[in-house]
Ligand binder design. Sequence first.
Ligand code: PLP
Length: 386
Amino acid sequence: MKWVNDKAKTLKQGAIRAMFDRANTMTGVISMGIGEPDMDTPSLVCEAGKEGLDKGYTHYTPNAGTMLLRKAVAEKSSVKDLHYDPATEIIITNGGMGALSLLFLVILQDGDEVLIQDPQWLNYVAQVRYCDGTAVRVPTDSEHNFIMQPEVIESLITPKTKALMINSPNNPTGSVMPLETMKKIAEVAIKHDLLVISDEVYNTLVYGDEKCVTIASLPGMKERTMVVNSFSKSYAMTGWRVGYVAGPAHIIDRMTKCQENFNACTNASAQYAAAMALDHPEVCEELRQIFSRRRDIILEELGKIDGIKCNDPTGAFYVFADITAFGLSSADFCNRLLEEQKVVCIPGSAFGDCGEGFIRISYTCGEDDLREAAGRIAKFCEGLRG
Ligand code: PLP
């Protein structure tokens, strides 16, 4: 790998992409592997994107994003009650991933430790390492619905701990952190002077009586929390690459300088469309209702399969199902499921050691496909039981 530095050499393709590459060589595959809404962006948002182009949103925007979108985030998004100043406390980024990378670039150095749940979405650990930080895994288990426990977090804090990641609703488990737990975690963060990074990209996707609260709204937390959000999941806008961070001005200022030097800004007409999208929360609600119905279907179908135990996923679009009864590793289970029944699920071990024995099932396909896939999983499990 001539000319490539040592850090770049360590980057690996994640297990999710690898699974897709395999599935792409096959026909008749149903994917329950993907972590994005399968539907196209609602037409109202697409029209706004076109309007943005017609209105001349074809130039660089301010590095922190257009004032139009920053104001819309401050006044109309889920953090509106926290009264962030759009001029200094909000930055528009290239999706949630762009938000996280800018953030880690400006806060981490010399092995600073970041506490990250295990199992967790893969990219946090990769980004933290790339930015010279150390990812410290916070183990969780199915008994606690894979929710981080305050005392476990506290036991892992060292003088090098700088930040704590929270992701609720969670990828890969679909769990939503109970308010009581969140309050105790906030106390730990305050006691140990930690920065909290709250990834809320799934916050419009909650089901039943579940409510989504941002940790930034708890007493003493706004000044130590970076709220990360994105239009990708809530508005089915993954390809538009628009996200944002709301947080203390001095960190937002450094992220803006970093963005100036690395990416300039987020796509201008996409920012215009995102600002218009925030006027239409009914779009998120429609998507939420679709996922809510699918969730009911997949939980009902999986519930009929002997040996599969599902957690209680009240958010996002994932079920984290226990497959330990079959005596296979989660990777073997998923590889064989793909080969024998042509269904893509993601091994829990891909998200951390605590995910072993589980598989992530995304209900990001239509209702007919969901039923068909569940039938194939049932057949596969029947075969394993012999
Ligand atoms: N955070 C979590 C937990 C995710 O699952 C994802 C995408 O899968 C993201 C952030 C980033 O999404 P995007 O960069 O498309 O906004």
